[in-house]
Design a protein around this ligand. Structure first.
Ligand SMILES: *Cc1c(COP(=O)(O)O)cnc(C)c1O
Length: 394
């Protein structure tokens, strides 16, 4: 094989993108007639805010797609995570296992509960939390008592684990569920990036005790801003609805709130856009998988770099496409980012490890060598579904 060449990498990226004059974004939504029709219906009827028929409809559609009993729509993915952690019993002073390599929201939601993130390493095959490494850590450092799992180093309870399906690629959930059962930890799936992704045929977000989705503007389906809490447990679902709608007791006129709830309900206007967009989800996933295939082929013969493919047990939505430089070429990452940006191709590095940020620097962690390596070498590529071409769009 020939040596690593920056221009070979750039040529491979360009060969997958349409010829355009303007810059190519990392991920950009596009809207169709149905999106406009549903949003207009809210404007025409006046149902734009916290009441209206689209919220129920959106929740039913989400439950159908993800195969859960209950979906509760909320204002964004971060608030969904915040409430999901409370639903599984996370309390102030608890520790919650989160990957060091994730978007900031995963750890922030833990902090909003007064809990402390315990940072876990990544699995090179999935880019998500490594269940085997977590098991080794817990066997060495944790103990299960009658009232739950404790971190022997800090003395604090470890309450839950939040696997995040990075760029739409599912975590090895069977292995993770086994560890969590052994150590009696609740599983909250951060499926913010993985709407449309399957793990062994099951929809991500519907596998753990609770799951969350995000409909931010850069996600595969957007409501402008939005999120959802997913669960198979009817009672938890009911509680999620109650907590996210100010914990108000149903009554024809009285204002009775029976605990400190949140005003996290998704407005009808946003839900309308969500309903319209969900009709298109299968097409969006198809387009994104086609674009990923094109990148995979383009990078097959490029030395020193690998296009990240879905793990064997998964059917991924390929939300954000990614390449990984070989470790010995990691020093080219910033040159590659600068060069592609100069050409109007919006590439991005992966998130800084959350364990290195000022507010989380002092939190407990396990060995993070794989996450550190991925952080040095990964680059995200433009991934808007329509880049794949429109031949199958409706
Ligand atoms: C987008 C995202 C969220 C939630 O983000 P919101 O902008 O609050 O909807 C949470 N976790 C991950 C990993 C995300 O990518």
């Amino acid at each position: 094989m020939s040596a690593f060449s920056l221009s070979a990498v750039i040529d491979a990226i360009r060969s997958c993108l349409p010829e355009t004059t303007g810059p190519v974004a990392l991920h950009e939504p596009r809207f169709d007639d149905r999106d406009r029709e549903y949003v207009n219906e809210c404007l025409d009827t006046g149902w734009v805010s916290s009441a209206g028929p689209f919220v129920d409809r959106f929740e039913r559609m989400l439950a159908d797609i993800t195969g859960v009993r209950r979906a509760v729509a909320v204002v964004n993915g971060t608030s969904a995570l915040h409430v999901a952690l409370q639903l599984v019993g996370v309390r102030p002073g608890d520790e919650v296992v989160v990957p060091a390599l994730t978007f900031i929201a995963t750890a922030n939601a833990v902090a909003y509960c007064g809990a402390i993130p315990l940072f876990a390493d990544s699995d090179e095959r999935t880019l998500g939390l490594d269940p085997h490494k977590l098991a080794v850590f817990l066997r060495n450092r944790a103990e299960v008592r009658t009232d739950g799992c404790y971190n022997r180093d800090t003395g604090r309870p470890i309450r839950a684990v939040v696997p995040m399906h990075t760029f739409g690629h599912p975590v090895d959930m069977d292995a993770l569920l086994a560890v969590c059962e052994e150590f009696r930890l609740a599983v909250v799936e951060d499926a913010a990036e993985s709407l449309g992704s399957l793990y062994k045929g099951r929809h991500t977000g519907g596998i753990g005790r609770v799951g969350v989705l995000s409909f931010n503007g850069n996600k595969i389906v957007t409501t402008g801003g939005g999120g959802a809490i997913l669960t198979q447990d009817e009672e938890l679902g009911e509680r999620a609805k109650h907590l996210t709608t100010t914990a108000k007791r149903p009554h024809p006129w009285e204002y009775v709130h029976d605990e400190i709830g949140y005003n996290y309900r998704l407005p009808n206007l946003n839900a309308a856009l969500g309903c319209a967009q969900l009709h298109r989800l299968p097409i969006l996933v198809e387009q994104k998988r086609r674009l990923a295939e094109r990148y995979a082929n383009a990078f097959a013969e490029v030395p020193g770099v690998r296009f990240f493919r879905e793990p064997p047990f998964a059917r991924s939505n390929y939300w954000l496409n990614a390449i990984l430089l070989d470790e010995e070429h990691a020093q080219w990452r910033d040159r590659l980012l600068a060069e592609t940006l100069r050409l109007g191709i919006l590439t991005r590095p992966v998130w800084r490890l959350l364990s290195s940020l000022p507010m989380y620097r002092h939190c407990p962690r396990m060995d993070l060598s794989v996450a550190e390596s991925i952080e040095r070498r990964l680059i995200n590529l433009p991934s808007s579904p329509w880049l794949a071409g429109d031949e199958r769009a409706s």
